[in-house]
Design a protein. Structure first.
Length: 216
């Protein structure tokens, strides 16, 4: 089994692209490969207000961008190149992700972690859901091994938020500087908006190293 560690933040556009490309490459090019995808939190906006941040204003104030569509163009084009219909104007708000990441961490024990992370990311970008809301998270997570009240308890638990923040700090300390960040087989690391071919190369390299180690 090949372990894949994936560091993401739910509301960053390149992360939905990274999820999509990883799943596509595994399905199309490695259908027989047994993988264990482990999700790790990164918090790009840890202090976002409860009501969220309006992305056009965020782009203007932080980066001087006056036309959001100009910033959306490249990730949207990259998504389309991989068969993902991504329209970033559908979701013009970004939210705190501690609750979502806390739920994703809890899903590890249920074996649904990666699928739940993909579902929450899709809910944010494609369906424009408020993924900081406990009820929205409950609507999503009931299909991935959770009861509604259990989801609400996890999403609203300050201790779980603290665990997420601690793990995010560990991600930064480990050298994660941009997302998505992939580590294949504990050895081969790639980050950012990598192409399908680049992900395929990294998977092949990691699988070859794993096979060689097992023969020693």
């Amino acid at each position: 089994m090949l372990q894949i560690d994936l560091y993401t933040d739910i509301t960053y556009p390149w992360c939905i692209i990274g999820h999509h490309r990883l799943d596509k490459v595994l399905a199309d090019r490695f259908p027989e490969l047994d993988v264990d995808i482990r999700q790790h939190p990164v918090l790009l906006l840890p202090d976002a207000p409860a009501e969220g941040l309006y992305i056009p204003e965020l782009l203007r104030s932080r980066y001087g961008v006056t036309d959001p569509k100009a910033s959306f163009a490249r990730p949207e084009a990259e998504a389309r190149a991989s068969g993902l219909d991504l329209d970033l104007s559908r979701q013009l708000w970004t939210y705190r992700t501690q609750a979502a990441h806390g739920l994703i961490l809890a899903a590890r024990a249920r074996g649904t972690q990666h699928r739940l992370a993909v579902a929450i990311t899709d809910a944010h970008f494609v369906k424009a859901k408020t993924i900081s809301d406990a009820d929205v998270l409950a609507d999503i997570a009931v299909a991935y091994g959770f009861e509604r009240e259990e989801v609400r308890a996890i999403a609203l638990d300050p201790e779980q938020h603290g665990r997420v923040e601690q793990e995010a700090a560990q991600s930064t300390a480990a050298g994660v500087r941009s997302v998505p960040h992939f580590v294949f087989g504990g050895r081969i690391a790639v980050n950012g908006g990598r192409s399908e071919d680049e992900l395929e190369w990294a998977i092949r390299q990691a699988a070859a190293v794993a096979a060689s180690s097992s023969q020693r």
